[in-house]
Design a protein around this ligand. Structure first.
Ligand code: ATP
Ligand code: MG
Length: 470
């Protein structure tokens, strides 16, 4: 438990123990305060009552020996000290020691007594050299103060009681603390356990073991943390798997063209190919494979860039129809060569906001597919239409089409319908995945419809700039 830094459970421990000690102390002092106040108050009332009861027996005139004796008798039977002081000038007569009436009560108190009121006192009394609580009752005959009944209790007896009370109190508090510590240890262990498990799991994840499933035992924050942790581990795991698959795909894509290049070069080098014409054919094949590698590399770089950069888009308004026409010009020779007919119907209105380079790449990748997967004599058609705040570009062909089973996957990386196709047919299956990324980056949508032997229709919907003048 005591390692380099204080653990969470120790922090909770310290907090709770401190809170308990503080509240015990607070409750203790509060109870002391009230106990003292209420108790002292009660003593005072008792004293006043006691004295008043005795005072009832006084019926005016001079204070008689009889009355004094009665009070003395009462004094001997009682916890508190009671005595009578008769006529102001004869004080010493009733007391075992010299007493000065004037110092026993102040002038102020004397006035109160004269008015028939009881006087309560608390504090050090020089006369008795003690801390006392006292009550004084006047014995008035008309407007003359004939004497007083003075009753008091030394405070020592009160503090003794308080001390006893405190001892019991603290004893109980100590017991309480032990019980709390006992249960808290159990509870803390339970509380900290899932956190420890998570720490352990996190260490495993950083060591590369993602196959982790923490049990979510509680519905509280710790429970949802465990849940979040599981999800995180799962998504790291999936990401890792995707990376692995990606690398495998890349390696696989590189292997074939490289082995072709190696094979052809070896053949020429070893002098197996003698015929000059055949040599030229081999060199051409080498050049084609190298170009394929170059394209693959370019596509991979593109994908990496698309994955990492969100910004870096240089959007400008593009007159879409004109832009498409310009791209199509580059395809004229190959279309002529493949005897593919081109039908174009472009609405000149749509203006899109886009990065020219990226929009061009979208067109290239789709047109490349259309040409590659369409037989000689086929048709490729392009239509562009404006719809409210969007435009739709359709690039269709009358090619071989995509089987329904493959259609949902063609936009995945490295996915191609003909897995074992010849080297003369298409590329590595990255084209459409790049297109999808690019279109989404331009806040557009792409859908592909296709039917085998009939053709394929790629639709791209892009937001357009609203023309203020129309
Ligand atoms: P790359 O474009 O990277 O050179 P690719 O053309 O094989 O390679 P994608 O453009 O992503 O990759 O296309 C994926 C697959 O979808 C293709 O291999 C092809 O089987 C199918 N496909 C795409 N476009 C068409 C189309 N117009 N007609 C028929 N099949 C198509
Ligand atoms: Mg392609």
């Amino acid at each position: 438990m005591w390692n380099k830094r204080p653990s969470l459970s120790i922090k909770i421990w310290v907090t709770i123990i401190a809170a308990i000690i503080l509240s015990v102390l607070f409750a203790y002092s509060l109870s002391q305060y009230y106990y003292k106040n209420l108790y002292v108050k009660k003593i005072k009332t008792d004293l006043v009552n006691e004295a008043s009861l005795l005072g009832v027996d006084y019926s005016g005139g001079e204070i008689t020996e009889d009355f004094v004796e009665k009070v003395e008798w009462f004094n001997s039977k009682n916890d508190s000290e009671v005595f009578v002081v008769s006529n102001p000038r004869e004080l010493s007569a009733c007391l075992p020691f010299e007493i000065d009436y004037d110092t026993l009560i102040s002038e102020e108190e004397r006035q109160l007594l004269l008015a028939g009121q009881a006087v309560e006192k608390e504090g050090y009394e020089k006369r008795f050299d003690k801390n006392i609580v006292a009550a004084i009752i006047p014995l008035n005959d008309g407007d003359r103060l004939e004497g007083i009944i003075y009753t008091y209790i030394p405070v020592d007896s009160i503090t003794d009681l308080l001390r006893e009370f405190a001892a019991k109190w603290l004893g109980a508090a100590f017991l309480f603390l032990i019980v709390v510590i006992f249960f808290m240890t159990k509870w803390l262990k339970k509380l900290v356990k899932p956190i420890k498990e998570m720490e352990h799991a996190a260490n495993r994840v950083s060591d590369g073991d993602y196959n982790i499933k923490l049990q979510v035992k509680s519905q509280d924050e710790i429970g949802s943390l465990a849940q979040a942790f599981n999800e995180m581990a799962q998504s790291i795991y999936l990401e890792e798997e995707r990376k692995k698959e990606f690398l495998e795909n890349v390696a696989h894509e590189l292997r074939t063209p490289l082995s072709y290049v190696l094979g052809y070069t070896q053949a020429i080098k070893d002098g197996i190919v003698k015929d000059e014409e055949e040599k030229q054919k081999y060199l051409q094949l080498i050049s084609r494979e190298t170009q394929r590698l170059q394209k693959l590399l370019r596509d991979l770089m593109n994908l990496a860039k698309l994955d990492s950069e969100q910004s870096g888009l240089h959007s400008t308004p593009i007159a879409f129809a004109q832009f498409i026409e310009e791209v199509l010009v580059k395809y004229e020779p190959i279309m002529k060569e493949r005897q593919i007919r081109l039908e174009v119907e472009l609405d000149p209105d749509p203006i899109i906001m886009g990065d020219e380079g990226r929009v061009e790449q979208v067109l290239h990748n789709i047109l490349d597919n259309a040409i590659t997967y369409t037989e000689t004599g086929g048709t490729i058609y392009l239509t562009l239409t404006q719809q409210k705040e969007e435009c739709e570009l359709i690039i269709g062909d009358t090619g071989r089409g995509i089987p329904a089973l493959d259609l949902p996957h063609v936009m995945e990386r490295f996915y191609r319908v003909n897995k074992a196709r010849s080297r003369f047919d298409g590329g590595s299956g990255l084209g459409l995945s790049i297109v999808k990324k690019l279109v989404e980056q331009q806040k557009g949508k792409i859908t592909i419809e296709s039917e085998e032997q009939i053709g394929t229709k790629v639709s791209i919907v892009l937001p357009t700039i609203v023309d203020e003048w129309n």
